[in-house]
Design a protein around this ligand. Structure first.
Ligand code: BGC
Length: 718
C-alpha cells in the first residue's frame, strides 16, 4: 500500500480518528455499539467512529473478524483497524507472571514464553500487545510489581529485550505481533507504592535505573511505546515533551508509535496540568504522542488548534504515517484479519506444547525461601493434607487475558496426580479474601485433616485480585486468618510446608518459625499446580532466585539492593547503634535479598580472583570464582557479578549487577565461572550531565545473592 498517497486522500477528521483508540465494545456491530452505545459519554459522531484507527479489549478471532468486517463496511477509506490487547503473560495458556519470570534469570525462556503468547494472540486476532511492562520496582506495596521483572535494571533490560524479540520475532512471521513497551516512564516509582501516585525522581535516577529497560526495548526494535499515568517531576508523562520528544524520540531515535495509557490525556486536567480537553490535546501532541487511548481530546480539539496555528498539519501527518506504516508492515491492507483463525485457536490454545512451556517456566520461577529438611517430600509419603484457600484454585494471576482459573492445574490436582497411591485430603481452611477474622469452623476442619497427615502443605498468600493494577497494599503480609491457620495446623502436624502465591514480595517474618519450609510459586499460571507438585517431591530442583528483595517489615519499603551509601552506615546491631542510619525496631537489610534462593543441594563460592588490577579504557579484564555443589543433589547455581564504583562525581550504589550465569552442577561438582569486565559496564550519568566513566577504583563481587560482601578491586585508567 502506498501510505503517503493514502494519507493525501484523508480528511483531518479521518486522520484524527486514526490517532484515536476506543474499546471494542464501542465498535460492536450490534446494538451494544455505535455512538449511542458505550461510546456515548465520548460524544463521538458516526463518521468519527467509522474511521477510528484502532481498538482494544476484544475477545478472540470471531469477534475480531466481526468488528473488522463492520469497520471496513463503514470506513469510506477502508483502512483496517489495528487490534490491541494486554497480553502480559500469555493469551489463553498462561505462563507465570513477569515478576516470576524475573526469578528464572533466564531471558531465553522469557523469549520462548513471549513467542508462545504471540502465537496464541495472533490467531485470536491480536496485532499489538501492550507489553512488555518494564517499570523498575522497588516498593513491594505497589500492585503492579507483578507485571515487571523486578528491581534490577540489568535483569530488566535483558528481560525487556527478550520479550520484544519473543512477541515480535522479525515482524514478518505469521504469528509475530507488535510489542508496546510500557509505561514510559518510571511508573513504578509511585510514591508510597500507591498506584497512579506521583513520581518525583532525579534525572540521574531516571537515567541510571528507570530508563534502561525501556531503552533496551527500543534497541530491540519495539514497535510502540506507551506513556505512563504518572507525573515525572511535576509534568505528566502524557504531555511531557522532555520525556517523549526529547529523550525517547531525539536521544534514542525512536520514530515509531507512541500511545497514551487509558484515558491518560484527559487525566492531565485532573492532575492540574491542563485546564481543558483542548489543552490536553495540545500538550499531548506537542509532547510527541501519536495515539490517544479512550478519550477524544485529539478528535475534538486538534482542528481548532490547527486553525489557531498552535499545531501543524505536518505534526498530524507524521503521527498518522507512523500508524499507517505499522498497518502496512503487518500486511493489514492486504489481509485485514491477518492470522485470526478460530480453527488455529482450537489448535494452539492450551495445547500440550504450550502447557509444557508453562510448566517448565513455573518450575524455574519458584523460589525456595526456607527448608529445614522437610522437603523434598518422599514419594512414599502415606498421607498428605493439602490445605488453604489456594490449594484448589488455578493461580493464573492478574492480567491473564483470556486465561481461565478452571483451566489451570491446582496444587491439589498436581499432588494427586503425581503420587496416586498417597492418601491426599483437602480442606480450604479459610477464605480467599484478605479477611481479618478467621472462620473457626473452616480452621477446625483443616486441623482435623492435618491431624491424620504426615505432612501438611498449606497454600497461602494473595489471590490474583490482590496484586495488579490499582491493587496496592499498605500491609503486605498474609491475612490474619491464614496466619491462624498455620499456627493451628502446626499444633497437630509437625511437618508444615507453606506454598505462597503472590504477585509481590510479601512480609513473611511473623510466620517464618511456624513453617518447616516456605516457597513462593508467585502466580504461576496454567501449569502452576503440576509444577508445584514436581518441586515438592523433588522431581525437579529449585533454581529460581528473587528478582525483588523480600522486606523484613513493610516499614522498610521501598527497599532494594542497589542503594546508595549513607554517611552514617549501620555498623553494629540495629538496636544498639545510635546516630546511625537505622530503624530502632528492624534491621536495614531485607529478610531475603535480591538474588536469593535455596535449592535441594548447597553451593559454596570461592573468593573472586581478578586477572589484572587495572583496566585500560577500551580494554577488558576478567573476574572469576569457583562454585561448588557441596550437597547431595544435582542443582543449578546462579552466580552473580556486581560492581561498585568506590568514589565518583555522583555517589554510586553499593553494588550493581553486571552479569550472571546459571551453572548446572552435579552433586560434588565444581566449576569456575568467569565474567569479562569492560568499560561500558562502568558508565553512569555523571555530574557533567552525560553518560561517562570516571577513572578510579572499583570493587567486584561474585556471589550467590546481593548480600555477598567479598570483593576484589581494580582501577580504571587511561
Ligand atoms: C493500564 C495499561 C493497559 C491499558 C489498556 C491501563 O489501565 O495501565 O497497562 O495497557 O489499561 O488495557
Amino acid at each position: 500500500m502506498d501510505i503517503k498517497q493514502l494519507l493525501s486522500k484523508m480528511t483531518l477528521e479521518q486522520k484524527l480518528a486514526q490517532m484515536s483508540q476506543f474499546n471494542a465494545i464501542c465498535l460492536m456491530p450490534d446494538s451494544q455499539g455505535g455512538v449511542t452505545g458505550p461510546a456515548r459519554s465520548l460524544d463521538l459522531t458516526e463518521s468519527e467512529l467509522a474511521a477510528v484507527g484502532s481498538t482494544l479489549n476484544f475477545i478472540g478471532a470471531e469477534e475480531m473478524i466481526k468488528i473488522q468486517d463492520m469497520h471496513l463496511a463503514q470506513d469510506p477509506l477502508k483502512i483496517p483497524l489495528l487490534f490491541m490487547q494486554d497480553v502480559v503473560h500469555g493469551y489463553r495458556t498462561i505462563y507465570p507472571i513477569p515478576l516470576a519470570m524475573g526469578a528464572t534469570f533466564d531471558p531465553d525462556l522469557m523469549q520462548e514464553c513471549a513467542s508462545m503468547a504471540a502465537k496464541e494472540s495472533a490467531v485470536a486476532g491480536v496485532n499489538v500487545t501492550f507489553g512488555p511492562m518494564v517499570d523498575l520496582c522497588r516498593d513491594a506495596r505497589w500492585g503492579r510489581n507483578m507485571e515487571s521483572t523486578g528491581e534490577d535494571p540489568y535483569l530488566n533490560c535483558l528481560m525487556s529485550a527478550a520479550q520484544v524479540k519473543g512477541f515480535q520475532g522479525d515482524m514478518t512471521g505469521k504469528y509475530d505481533i507488535a510489542a508496546c513497551v510500557k509505561h514510559f516512564a518510571a511508573y513504578g516509582g509511585a510514591e508510597a507504592g500507591r498506584d497512579y501516585n506521583t513520581v518525583d525522581v532525579s534525572e540521574r535516577n531516571l537515567r541510571d535505573y528507570y530508563f534502561p529497560a525501556y531503552k533496551a526495548a527500543v534497541d530491540a526494535g519495539v514497535e510502540m511505546v506507551m506513556t505512563s499515568f504518572n507525573l515525572i517531576n511535576g509534568v505528566p508523562s502524557s504531555g511531557n515533551k522532555w520525556l517523549v520528544d526529547g529523550v525517547l524520540r531525539k536521544e534514542w531515535g525512536f520514530d515509531k508509535i507512541v500511545i497514551s495509557d487509558y484515558n491518560a490525556f484527559r487525566e492531565m486536567k485532573v492532575h492540574g496540568y491542563c485546564e481543558s480537553d483542548k489543552d490536553c490535546a495540545y500538550r499531548a501532541i506537542e509532547g510527541g504522542s501519536d495515539i490517544e487511548m479512550m478519550s477524544p481530546c485529539y478528535l475534538k480539539h486538534i482542528p481548532a488548534l490547527i486553525e489557531e496555528g498552535k499545531v501543524s498539519m505536518e505534526q498530524i501527518d507524521k503521527a498518522v504515517l507512523r500508524i499507517l506504516e505499522l498497518k502496512n508492515k503487518m500486511g493489514l491492507f492486504e489481509n485485514p484479519y491477518r492470522s485470526a483463525s478460530v480453527e488455529e485457536q482450537n489448535k494452539f490454545f492450551l495445547c500440550d506444547e504450550h502447557r509444557d512451556i508453562c510448566r517448565k517456566a513455573a518450575e524455574k520461577a519458584a523460589v525456595l525461601l526456607k527448608n529445614d529438611g522437610v522437603l523434598p517430600l518422599c514419594d512414599k509419603t502415606k498421607s498428605i493434607a493439602v490445605i488453604g484457600p489456594f490449594a484448589n484454585v488455578g493461580m493464573i494471576g492478574f492480567w491473564s487475558c483470556a486465561g481461565k482459573e478452571e483451566e489451570a492445574t491446582t496444587v491439589l490436582q498436581g499432588i494427586k496426580k503425581l503420587v496416586p497411591n498417597a492418601k491426599v485430603e483437602y480442606a480450604e481452611g479459610c477464605d480467599k479474601d484478605d479477611v481479618a477474622t478467621p472462620c473457626d469452623e473452616m480452621i477446625a476442619k483443616a486441623v482435623e485433616v492435618a491431624k491424620n497427615a504426615s505432612v501438611a502443605v498449606l497454600c497461602l498468600g494473595e489471590h490474583r485480585t490482590m496484586a495488579g493494577e490499582g491493587n496496592s497494599r499498605s500491609c503486605i503480609g498474609i491475612s490474619e486468618a491464614q496466619k491462624t491457620l498455620i499456627k493451628k495446623v502446626k499444633e497437630v502436624c509437625d511437618k508444615v510446608v507453606v506454598v505462597l502465591f503472590n504477585g509481590r514480595p510479601l512480609v513473611i517474618t511473623d510466620f517464618m518459625d511456624d513453617a518447616n519450609a516456605i516457597l513462593t510459586m508467585w502466580q504461576p499460571g496454567t501449569e502452576g499446580g503440576s509444577a508445584c507438585a514436581n518441586l515438592l517431591f523433588g522431581k525437579t530442583n529449585f533454581e529460581g532466585r528473587l528478582p525483588m528483595s523480600f522486606p523484613y517489615t513493610v516499614g522498610q519499603c521501598p527497599i532494594y539492593y542497589n542503594n546508595m551509601r549513607t554517611g552514617r552506615p549501620l555498623k553494629r546491631d540495629f538496636k544498639t547503634s545510635g546516630y546511625t542510619s537505622r530503624y530502632m525496631d528492624a534491621p536495614n537489610a531485607p529478610l531475603f535479598p535480591f538474588g536469593y534462593g535455596l535449592s535441594y543441594t548447597n553451593f559454596e563460592i570461592s573468593e573472586p580472583q581478578i586477572s589484572a588490577t587495572s583496566l585500560k579504557r577500551g580494554g577488558a579484564i576478567k573476574v572469576s570464582a569457583t562454585v561448588k555443589n557441596t550437597g547431595k543433589e544435582d542443582g543449578v547455581a546462579l552466580v552473580q557479578m556486581y560492581i561498585n564504583d568506590c568514589v565518583a562525581s555522583l555517589v554510586r550504589p553499593v553494588k550493581e549487577m553486571k552479569g550472571f550465569e546459571k551453572v548446572s552442577l552435579r552433586a560434588g561438582e565444581e566449576k569456575t565461572v568467569e565474567f569479562t569486565i569492560t568499560e561500558d559496564m562502568l558508565i553512569f550519568w555523571s555530574a557533567n550531565g552525560k553518560f561517562e566513566t570516571e577513572n578510579g577504583d572499583f570493587a567486584v563481587f561474585v556471589g550467590l545473592d546481593a548480600s555477598e560482601n567479598r570483593s576484589v578491586k581494580f582501577t580504571l585508567c587511561d
